[in-house]
Design a binder for this molecule. Structure first.
Ligand SMILES: Cc1cc2nc3c(=O)[nH]c(=O)nc-3n(C[C@H](O)[C@H](O)[C@H](O)COP(=O)(O)O)c2cc1C
Length: 439
């Protein structure tokens, strides 16, 4: 019998950068939406604020091995959400000083800090960007009252420009003191769109075979290496285990992509899954997204083991177990659904995960990891929400804003806080979205 705390306290050293995380925990990316935003002036956007610094100062005190920021956009008018942070060479400033403040705050207690960088592609509300760009002109179906514009396929010059923008963002993060970058290749955003046949119908060198569909990703990694000369700069990827939609990335394809990433020198692959488009399918599928309950998972690789995991935590552990023998060097981080120290330690001891990624538990309890490692807690706080993944998402978003503003964090394990939050949401958000959230 092993001691979960001892196992989870172990440091993890990365194969390519040689950097070491102080323990096996990673705070997974969560879009903070705490940057400046102006609707009419695209130049008045994306600047990290003091709220953002306070947020990372708080997580730093939580003794987390690696802290990954929420997704940072590379184009000022292609945003995942209003209030996103942006590193765009077309803005008057790269906000280097502000990013240095964020890095200082996040690293103040010895965590490694990594900036997650993203382009939403077609997955951007029509209210933010009616003319999205994507690998192909395959429109995203409306989801939960959110409408999406028909995307314009990227030209080859457009793709090259995007490659250089990712590399530029890496160089700014490196100069600001970040320990590494994470490419967002999950949840249906641009790089995910390139990987999936469903959204990539190109017939040039960026479409067709899986290797072609992964080409942009490999070019970005090569461009980052060129731009950031330091070998100790961590390059990581958040990758969908599968998209869970027809002609989306399959688990088998995802494993092949992971091996390409290892060959390209990616230190760790953070495993997630799903895309917003899923939520447009059947009412049952509404509970999917990346908060997918394990009982809904279907793995497709030919060497898939029989399905046995109802009681185990971690939505994507089965996939991680399949992936493990295909990787010799890159570390595996598994994110999604972890609740108990025992469940997290089991995922490590059984060989599926090198590190455990946590998102929502760390908005409710920013010091959860510290408390687990001190042996003071064995389990994340529960909540009293009705079954609604979108509601849980906005609840975490609200907690992020509370931490950033220095306010008390809402306790959603309390029925009264939950009722008050739902009532507030019903007042504040348009009917279509409200239906999607509460139905
Ligand atoms: C408010 C919120 C914002 C999120 N933003 C991002 C993001 O910017 N990038 C990303 O890769 N995942 C994002 N996620 C997904 C989480 O990183 C994570 O994969 C998911 O919440 C499952 O982990 P959990 O069960 O520990 O919450 C977000 C999740 C939440 C709740």
């Amino acid at each position: 019998m092993f001691d979960p705390v001892e196992l989870l306290s172990q440091p993890v050293t990365f194969p390519f950068s040689g950097r070491t995380a102080k323990n096996r925990f990673l705070k997974s990316a969560m879009s903070e939406r705490l940057a400046t935003f102006s609707t009419f002036d695209p130049y008045g956007r994306g600047q990290p604020t003091e709220e953002l610094v306070r947020l990372y100062e708080t997580w730093a005190k939580g003794d987390i091995g690696i802290i990954v920021t929420g997704n940072i956009q590379i184009k000022k008018d292609h945003l995942e959400a209003t209030g996103n942070t942006i590193i765009d060479r077309d803005l008057p400033s790269n906000y280097l000083q502000e990013w240095a403040e964020v890095a200082r705050a996040a690293k103040s207690q010895g965590s490694l800090v990594i900036g997650q960088v993203n382009h939403p592609g077609r997955q951007v509300s029509i209210n933010i960007q009616p003319y999205p760009e994507a690998p192909s002109d395959v429109e995203q179906p409306s989801t939960g009252g959110v409408l999406f514009g028909r995307p314009t396929p990227l030209t080859k010059e457009g793709i090259k420009d995007i490659v250089h923008r990712f590399a530029y963002a890496a160089s700014v993060l490196h100069s600001a003191g970040f320990d590494g970058i994470q490419l967002h290749v999950a949840h249906g955003y641009l790089l995910s769109q390139f990987l999936a046949r469903r959204t990539n119908t190109r017939n040039d060198e960026y479409g067709g075979s899986l290797v072609n569909r992964a080409q942009i990703l490999l070019e970005i990694i090569a461009a980052i290496r060129q731009e950031v000369q330091s070998p100790s700069f961590i390059i990581s990827v958040k990758l969908n285990s599968q998209d869970f939609i027809p002609e989306g990335l399959s688990a088998e394809e995802s494993i092949m992509v992971a091996t390409l990433l290892e060959s390209a020198g990616v230190d760790f692959i953070e495993v997630s899954g799903g895309a917003y488009e899923q939520t447009t399918r059947s009412p049952r599928d509404k509970v999917m997204l990346f908060f997918i309950p394990r009982s809904n998972l279907e793995l497709t690789p030919s060497d898939c083991k029989p399905y046995t995991v109802e009681t185990r935590e971690g939505y994507f552990l089965d996939y991680a177990e399949l992936l493990r023998p295909h990787l010799n060097l890159s570390k595996i981080v598994v994110t999604g659904g972890f609740q108990t120290a025992q469940g997290m330690a089991d995922a490590v001891s059984q060989g599926a995960a090198d590190m455990i990624g946590l998102a929502r538990p760390l908005t409710a309890e920013p010091f959860l990891v510290r408390d687990i490692l001190r042996g003071e807690k064995k389990k994340a706080k529960g909540d009293k929400f009705p079954e609604s993944p979108m509601l849980r998402f906005v609840a975490s978003e609200a907690q992020i804003a509370e931490i950033g503003n220095g306010q008390d964090i809402s306790n959603f394990d309390n029925q009264f806080h939950v009722a008050r939050f739902i009532a507030k949401m019903q007042k504040e958000i348009p009917a279509a979205i409200s239906e999607a959230l509460f139905s």
